[in-house]
Design a protein around this ligand. Structure first.
Ligand code: ADP
Ligand code: GLC
Length: 475
């Protein structure tokens, strides 16, 4: 018998994406289908989603006043995705970034926007959507956080699994908004969703969900510590028995060097030469004696790219080259742009470009992910699959997916990349030197690339783990 899960998130690839959350939410339904779980994904009706859905959508629910305006729940299919779309124009019909207004700051009504999403999720949990009633709700990040709280307040029992993709975003709201957010006043306590005097949507999810998961085993351990828990480590420790670390997978059809329609194809590390030449040309890079490293990333403090800016001169001296694609913090954009002006071995593109990202994984010799913390991380896995040696910091999912090319691992023939200490320029510099040394040892480097290309990065194992957890929660 197929069982039903309502997956609730603010992003879903390929429709709307600002980071890895979208990839995971977009991939889960297909990953879980073979395990006997039917997922429908509830997302907000942003303009891009409404446009993609077009006239095919069928209204299944309506509400005259969902947090300040009328709303409709639409049901539709897009490719392999079964979608439930919350069409609430007063909350979601806005141009530009899905979280930020034109001033670059969070929309002031973000708490209401995503509380509305959670409220609708809870309604679907209770009443179903057009006859489809879920056995379980799987909420992702703070945007789904109030779902179990609304269910509890309504006195209804639908099991909820909350997945933390990034604890840095806790979904804050000022306490004056309690009433507007339709939250029960008596739960604004340290046992409830109160967080240092404000309301936190993520905390609501963490205290009220039946189980919690996060996107790698190492991040599950790190979250229990003050260094990584961002003030919520106590809450996580209190729920340690219900916490599960399940590694993300990547979509092996979209990310396949042999068939990628967006890049030059190859089957073995040697075949990368053409893709590398194309990439050098695209970024106007001079030939370098050392490896061409790539970065495809949001430019934020989390990603540790300020450390890379500091380590860059030594890497260039050692013969390396860098191509970076990213957008985010102004000082990082300016720092890398200036580095590109100083050196013909550094190329930078500020912006978001899906096709170019594929060409970079195909053409790069290495991908750099020196994050301070990284719940899972996807780009190191793309690197493995494309024979693009990942150099990563030893944290979160990066530590769980890359095997350092130390002497023991090299001798045992299992090394897949280079692992450095998080948050340290000296360690990153040393890692980059090791990358240069590995690159100059062609047979050794090819072995590491081959190991990476064979390393399993798909969804199969994790889908089984989610299936076991879903089954446990639905009894
Ligand atoms: P996070 O979710 O923290 O940003 P992940 O590594 O999990 O980190 O996922 C990032 C995703 O976003 C990857 O699919 C990556 O390729 C993509 N990405 C990030 N920045 C860009 C960009 N500037 N252009 C294209 N894709 C990007
Ligand atoms: C978050 C994390 C990233 C993770 C992604 C998908 O954005 O920062 O590490 O891979 O979610 O789970």
């Amino acid at each position: 018998m197929t069982r039903r899960v309502l997956s609730v998130a603010s992003e879903c690839a390929p429709l709307v994406k600002t980071g890895g959350l979208a990839d995971v939410v977009g991939a889960l339904p297909a990953a879980m289908a073979p395990e006997g779980w039917e997922l429908r994904t509830l997302i907000p009706g942003y303009p891009a989603v409404m446009k993609a859905l077009g006239k095919r959508a069928k209204p299944v629910l309506s509400d005259d006043d969902l947090f300040g305006g009328p709303a409709w729940l639409l049901s539709g299919k897009l490719g392999a995705l079964d979608l439930l779309v919350l069409d609430a124009p007063h909350l979601f019909d806005r141009p530009g970034n899905i979280y930020l207004g034109p001033d670059g700051k969070d929309w002031p009504d973000n708490p209401e926007r995503f509380a509305a999403l959670s409220y609708m999720a809870a309604s679907i949990g209770v009443d179903g959507a057009g006859g489809w009633v879920p056995d379980l709700i799987h909420g992702h990040d703070w945007q789904a956080g109030f779902t179990p709280t609304y269910l509890r307040a309504a006195g209804r029992r639908v099991p909820v699994l909350m997945t933390i993709h990034n604890i840095a975003f806790n979904g804050p709201a000022p306490p004056e908004r309690l009433f507007q957010l339709r939250l029960p006043r008596e739960r604004f306590t340290s046992e409830g969703f109160e967080f240092y005097g404000i309301i936190s949507a993520l905390k609501a999810g963490l205290v009220d969900a039946d189980a919690i998961s996060t996107v790698s085993p190492t991040y599950a351990r790190e979250l229990k510590t003050p260094d990584y828990g961002m003030g919520l480590d106590g809450v996580i420790r209190a729920r340690a028995a219900d916490l599960h670390g399940i590694l993300n997978g990547i979509d092996e059809e979209v990310w396949s060097p042999a068939t990628d329609p967006l890049a030059i194809n190859y089957k073995s590390p040697r075949g990368k030469a053409k893709a590398k030449a194309a990439l050098q040309k695209r970024f106007g890079l001079a030939d370098a004696p050392g490896p061409l490293a790539i970065v495809v990333s949001r430019l934020t403090d989390q990603k540790g790219l300020d450390l890379l800016l500091d380590a860059l001169p030594a890497f260039l001296d050692a013969g390396g080259a860098l191509a970076l694609l990213g957008t985010g913090a102004g000082e990082l954009e300016a720092g890398f742009t200036a580095a590109a002006q100083r050196s013909d071995r550094v190329g930078v593109q500020i912006g978001y470009d899906e096709a170019l990202s594929h060409q970079m994984f195909a053409g790069g010799d290495a991908v750099l992910v020196p994050s301070r913390f990284e719940p899972c991380g996807l780009t190191q896995m793309y690197g493995l699959r494309y024979g693009t040696v990942p150099l990563v910091a030893r944290t979160g999912g990066l530590a769980d997916t890359v095997i350092d090319a130390n002497d023991a691992a090299l001798r045992a023939g299992v090394a897949t990349g280079i692992v450095v200490a998080p948050g340290r320029v000296d360690s990153l510099e040393e890692g980059l030197q090791r990358l240069c040394a590995l690159y100059s040892d062609t047979p050794g480097c090819t072995r590491v690339q081959r190991n990476g290309m064979k390393h399993p990065v798909g969804w199969a194992a994790s889908a089984r783990d989610y299936a076991a957890l879903y089954a446990q929660l639905t009894g």
